[in-house]
Design a binder for this molecule. Structure first.
Ligand SMILES: C=CC1=C(C)c2cc3[nH]c(cc4nc(cc5[nH]c(cc1n2)c(C)c5CCC(=O)O)C(CCC(=O)O)=C4C)c(C)c3C=C
Ligand code: FE2
Ligand code: FE2
Length: 355
């Protein structure tokens, strides 16, 4: 009787003696690919333009018909936005490593997660990619496959699902698979906006931050990246996912709807986006006499342009210019202990049956 083939027996395939004319065979490992939104290579005009062109040509991001959108994209947006965005990135750029914070943090999350799986004897490989810019999903997927990963878990780093974020990552993975002879088995991480480990990490990071700053804010805004209202009306569940995260946070904190509110930031283009808008809310709160406000960004797994420049920078200025006194931005979970606990819990659950 032959022994059953176990995954570890399969990973020994590399050491099995193959006939001389047999191509090399590498298999038996499990890959985990963390994917965040994207990053320009530097803040100069051409890098910014390349990045924005790739990003804003994605039909999951801008759903307008190409005949309408492309003349605007090439005739206006790519003429003006690279300079403006480059200046904004300059404010937050990681000068030491010469890269964006999103890139620095995502790489660190990947390195720390790899260390957690260090006891698998190299069976679990963790890597990271960007949906737009470098390193690309295609290149890291191929690298994992070349390393012997025949099962790969794709982790779009978005707790709340949106077609404009989660789905476009999955699309890109599927496009890369089209060109592979020996495709790995693929799993994708589902939205985890209501996962207790995530909600509790958010609540703890908020209370720890407030204690450290020594403030008890009148109002805390959970500010999520917006999407156009038309996407929501077509059935994108993002709005409900955001509201559920904040509702669950309120339950953990024992706070009411007045104290912990939902707002949406980062509008782009002429359409109506999900409301209430973060900047308008911050302005109104200050005008209404609210003196202390905290803003956190539960939808962002890592700090980036949208949290550091738009919220910590601009929203804080708006609050203070309109009479507010204390504004604080709560950092994203990033590669903190709490943040890593969330990533590890989600990955271990989604690897069940494989590991
Ligand atoms: C119609 C346009 C956009 C949609 C829809 C959209 C959805 C969306 N985006 C994120 C997360 C991030 N977006 C970031 C930057 C960014 N987003 C848009 C437009 C849309 N986003 C633009 C034009 C930009 C670039 C801003 C600029 O360069 O001026 C980032 C930051 C990346 C970084 O490196 O810092 C993130 C993260 C989510 C979660 C989301 C929908 C749910
Ligand atoms: Fe965005
Ligand atoms: Fe909803």
């Amino acid at each position: 009787m032959t022994a059953p083939v176990t995954p570890s027996a399969v990973s020994d395939m590399q050491t099995i003696k193959l006939p001389q004319d047999h191509p090399p065979v590498k298999a038996g490992k499990i890959g985990v690919l963390l994917v965040n939104l994207g990053t320009p290579d530097d803040t100069g005009y051409w890098s910014m333009r390349r990045y924005l062109r790739e990003f804003l040509s994605d039909k999951r991001v801008i759903e307008w018909p190409k005949v309408v959108w492309y003349p605007i994209l090439y005739g206006i947006v790519l003429m003006t936005r690279p300079k403006k965005s480059g200046a904004a990135y300059d404010e937050i750029w990681n000068k030491e490593l010469d890269e964006s914070p999103l890139r620095t943090i995502t790489r660190s999350q990947s390195d720390k997660l790899a260390a957690v799986f260090g006891d698998t004897g190299g069976r679990v490989k963790v890597d990271w990619a960007m949906r737009y810019g470098q390193p690309s999903i295609r290149s890291r997927l191929q690298a994992l496959k070349d390393d012997g990963c025949d099962r790969i878990l794709i982790y779009p780093l978005y707790p709340q699902y949106s077609a404009s974020t989660t789905a476009t990552v999955n699309d890109e993975v599927c496009k890369a698979l089209l060109d592979m002879r020996w495709q790995p088995a693929i799993r994708t991480v589902p939205p985890y906006h209501d996962d207790p480990v995530y909600v509790e990490a958010l609540a703890r990071s908020l209370t720890e931050h407030l204690a450290k700053e020594g403030i008890d804010p009148d109002v805390v805004l959970t500010s999520y990246h917006g999407i156009p209202q038309s996407y929501f009306r077509k059935g994108d569940p993002y709005h409900c996912h955001c509201h559920k995260t904040t509702r669950l946070m309120r339950e953990v904190l024992g706070w009411d709807k007045e104290k912990l509110r939902v707002t949406f930031q980062s509008r782009f283009g002429p359409e109506e986006w999900l409301q209430p808008y973060t900047d308008k809310t911050v302005e109104q709160l200050a005008k209404d006499g609210v003196k202390t406000v905290a803003v956190m960004n539960p939808g962002f797994v890592a700090d980036c342009l949208e949290t550091l420049e738009e919220i910590a920078g601009e929203a804080g200025e708006i609050f203070e210019e309109n009479g507010g006194e204390h504004f604080t931005h709560v950092p994203c979970l990033n590669d903190s202990e709490l943040g890593m606990q969330v990533l590890e819990t989600v990955v271990r659950r989604e690897l069940s049956g494989w590991l």
